[in-house]
Ligand binder design. Structure first.
Ligand code: SAM
Ligand code: SF4
Ligand code: SF4
Length: 378
């Protein structure tokens, strides 16, 4: 018998295989965690690779030619992803976000979207299926993604100035191509489109007002296809971006800058557990969102689970450990048992990293190596 070789990349984050509970946990759609939070939102990373090297996520110096990305055999197949997704949905998930790495680099992603689009909640409703992308190949893919069943996209864009944008993606990618991707997504009906702008003090805060102005103008020209710009505080996720608090521009400052130009009115959250604080322009030019993961923790309502590219379940963006579901998928465990196991994992969940960090800003998560954002997705 030959030995089983476990690729090094698989061992980067500890991930025990969850135990199958002795007593089955039925999938009633009503699962809640140790702090009473339901499971509603599943983020699935479909690749750990990316064609950008944003310094806050995959700095070039670390994610270079020698970096070991996951081998193809480690990745969950689309069938495996859909199999797990069905179990998550039975436990209460209503929204699935595909992410990465850059999800549009995963070949044939439309086939996965079509499989997910067939799933129904216990009440018989279709899922809300969306995707976060850097927009680099969106112009080519938007129409096919929509035909496959994708409903919306979120496009990350950190500035409009070409030089600033090229510097931030660090692969000299032109901003015009991302703007063309956003236009193609709007034309394909993948709206309302959200635009995510990570704000880093000293790097792109001068882009805040031009970005706001640009998307206000688009909303005025095309009132039917609203684009929602969201400003995201630079987070201390992962262990390789050299995060420093003094590079975080608090959302309160962003809001002050916007309010000095345009009157804004607060909006109610549209769904429970929403990450963004929403505001609308008083003159009707659309809305903006502020995601204050650093200065205003929102763990209390956090209903998000994350599934890594190789089938590890993470209960928090700042987790140091995952739960290896792939082994269960591949060792013949029946779906009912896997479903019970994941129910038990969620039922024990008590993660609230951002709240703890706010209370104790140094190292609230304790020891251990935090998972990287490109690996579990945003
Ligand atoms: N590649 C895709 C993209 O950029 O949209 C999807 C994956 S990316 C990891 C998901 C989101 O995480 C992006 O909007 C990105 O800007 C955000 N992100 C990555 N690192 C971050 C950090 N350190 N702080 C805040 N947001 C971050
Ligand atoms: Fe790639 Fe997205 Fe990370 Fe930028 S934020 S490096 S585009 S995964
Ligand atoms: Fe959820 Fe963890 Fe973020 Fe808190 S820190 S909102 S628990 S992902």
């Amino acid at each position: 018998m030959g030995e089983t070789v476990i690729p090094l990349a698989d061992l980067r984050y500890a991930a025990p295989v969850p135990a199958i509970p002795r007593q089955a946990i039925p999938a009633t759609g009503l699962l809640s965690d140790g702090l009473g939070r339901p499971l509603r939102d599943l983020r699935i990373s479909v690749t750990d690779r990316c064609n950008f090297r944003c310094s806050y996520c995959m700095p070039k110096e670390i994610f270079d030619r020698d970096y070991l990305f996951l081998p193809q055999t480690s990745l969950l197949s689309f069938e495996e992803i859909a199999r797990l997704a069905r179990m998550f949905v039975a436990h209460g998930v209503q929204k699935i976000r595909l992410t990465g790495g850059e999800p549009l680099l995963r070949k044939g992603l439309e086939a996965l979207i079509a499989m997910l689009a067939e799933l129904r909640t216990p009440e018989g409703a279709p899922l809300d299926i969306t995707l976060t992308t850097n927009g680099s190949v969106l112009a080519r893919k938007a129409a096919a993604l929509q035909r496959a069943g994708l409903q919306r996209v979120t496009v990350s864009l950190d500035g409009l100035d070409d030089a600033v944008f090229r510097r931030m993606n660090d692969v000299d990618f032109p901003v015009a191509d991302v703007l063309a991707g956003i236009a193609a997504a709007a034309a394909a009906g993948l709206g309302p489109i959200k635009i995510n702008m990570v704000v880093k003090r000293g790097t792109n805060e001068q882009e805040i007002l031009p970005m706001a102005r640009h998307f206000r103008e688009l909303n005025r020209q095309h009132p039917g296809s609203q684009i929602v710009l969201r400003f995201i505080e630079y987070m201390d996720v992962g262990a390789s971006n050299g995060w420093r608090m003094d590079e975080v521009l608090p959302s309160a400052e962003v809001l002050r800058m916007l309010q000095a130009e345009w009157p804004l009115l607060p909006l109610q959250a549209s769904v429970a557990g929403e990450t963004a604080e929403r505001w609308r322009y008083a003159d009707g030019a659309g809305e903006v969102g502020l995601i204050s993961s650093v200065t205003q923790a929102f763990c209390q309502d956090c209903n998000r689970a994350r599934l890594s590219t190789e089938g590890k379940l993470f209960l928090c963006l700042f987790a140091t450990q995952g739960h290896d579901l792939r082994t269960l998928l591949r060792n013949g465990t029946p779906d009912a048992d896997i479903s019970s196991a994941l129910g038990a994992v969620w039922a024990r969940r008590d993660d609230r990293y951002s709240e703890l960090r706010a209370a104790q800003p140094t190292d609230a998560a304790g020891g251990g190596r935090r998972v990287e954002m490109h690996y579990i997705g945003g």
